[in-house]
Design a protein around this ligand. Structure first.
Ligand code: ZN
Length: 237
């Protein structure tokens, strides 16, 4: 137990850095734990001990147990012989997630081109500009704006089932962050930006076929960069 009450018995990778407990007035135990998993504060494979987490969330065990059950349903928590742990995806599983994502992103882009409103388009243009302006050295902002941009396309599809599935896949990939953005081949970010612009132009023109094709290529490229990163043995993130 750390001074802050964070559960420290954990992986070798320095989880003793869990410092700030979540603000209990703002986040439910579910939200707090999910955030800790997605941000990487809780590492893949790390044990999740009810008592310690209850203390960390400043609550009793029951809401923590419920939160863990929900997180298990989300696919973020797994049971193991050590009890509940933060779910760990193998490189192969991450690539499986990508394969499904490519298909869904292609569909979302096509449907967005068909259904987008003027407001959706304005938002996409705005985010495209933000992506253009963000500094390549500011990796956190790159990842954040990139996420906002792609989520805006999902929303422009106005298809709740698609949005739901894409959010779910995103939960998995978010923990293995956007190495593909900046660690790819030199010039990758500029190429990425051109792809984003082509995508928005196709959605602007309500050209579903082009939007679909551009999105498939865009996410296939991202997947291929992941493959290269695995091959090179680079650490995730
Ligand atoms: Zn992108």
């Amino acid at each position: 137990m750390s001074p802050s009450g964070a559960p420290v018995r954990s992986t070798a990778r320095g989880a003793s850095k869990w410092t700030a407990a979540p603000d209990p007035a703002r986040l439910t135990p579910y939200e707090a734990l999910k955030k800790a998993i997605l941000s990487g504060e809780f590492k893949p494979g790390q044990p999740l001990v009810e008592n310690a987490l209850a203390e960390w969330c400043q609550t009793s065990r029951t809401p923590v147990r419920e939160a863990l059950r929900r997180l298990e349903q989300d696919g973020l928590v797994d049971s193991s012989d050590r009890g509940l742990v933060v779910r760990k995806l193998t490189p192969e599983e991450i690539l499986d997630v990508y394969d499904v994502r490519i298909v869904l992103e292609g569909t979302a882009a096509r449907v967005a081109a068909e259904r987008r409103t003027d407001h959706d388009l304005r938002l996409l243009r705005l985010l495209l500009q933000k992506l253009n302006d963000v500094s390549e050295s500011d990796r956190d902002s790159m990842v954040e704006v990139n996420e906002q941009f792609h989520r805006a396309i999902w929303k422009a599809s106005h298809n709740a089932a698609l949005l739901d599935l894409l959010e779910r896949l995103h939960l998995h990939l978010a923990r293995y962050p956007g190495a593909t953005l900046s660690l790819g081949a030199p010039g990758r970010w500029a190429a990425t930006h051109r792809e984003h612009k082509r995508l928005v132009d196709a959605i602007d023109k309500r050209d579903g076929d082009t939007a679909h094709r551009v999105a498939l290529a865009h996410f296939s490229n991202a997947r291929d960069i992941r493959l290269e990163l695995f091959a090179d043995g680079l650490p995730e993130g």
